[in-house]
Design a protein. Sequence first.
Length: 153
Amino acid sequence: MTTPDAQLKQAGLKVTSPRIKILEVMKNPAHQHVSAEEVYKILLEQGEEVGLATVYRVLNQFDDAGIVTRHHFEGGRSVFELSAKSHHDHLVCLTCGRVIEFEDDTIERRQIQVATEHGLKLTNHSLYLYGECKYAATCEHNREDADHHRIEI
């Protein structure tokens, strides 16, 4: 695995303490599909002194450099995940905001087929499927302490 220093240098970014700390947060598998505010809260919980404006700026720089991918799910909120992952699609719960990554070869083949049928060579795509947890009242992600994930429409 590439060190944070090397990854920043490879992206053409100067190695700074806030960038390293934010990249380390993003490399944690539990911290995927997080907003800038959530990254800021995580850093505060870790006792790090990085301002919210710095978190926004660094995540934008990471997005521009291809280190993270920004997603705009329903509700107008941007969330980020590491870019180095293999292609996948997303299921998003409109009630609690939970994001589930999935891969489906049948869907991938069908998308290519549809593009070809319309004379398009598919170069990139993203698929977001929106719904609600089947059992919203008992969803473990739909608790009061999960409000920071809740999506308002």
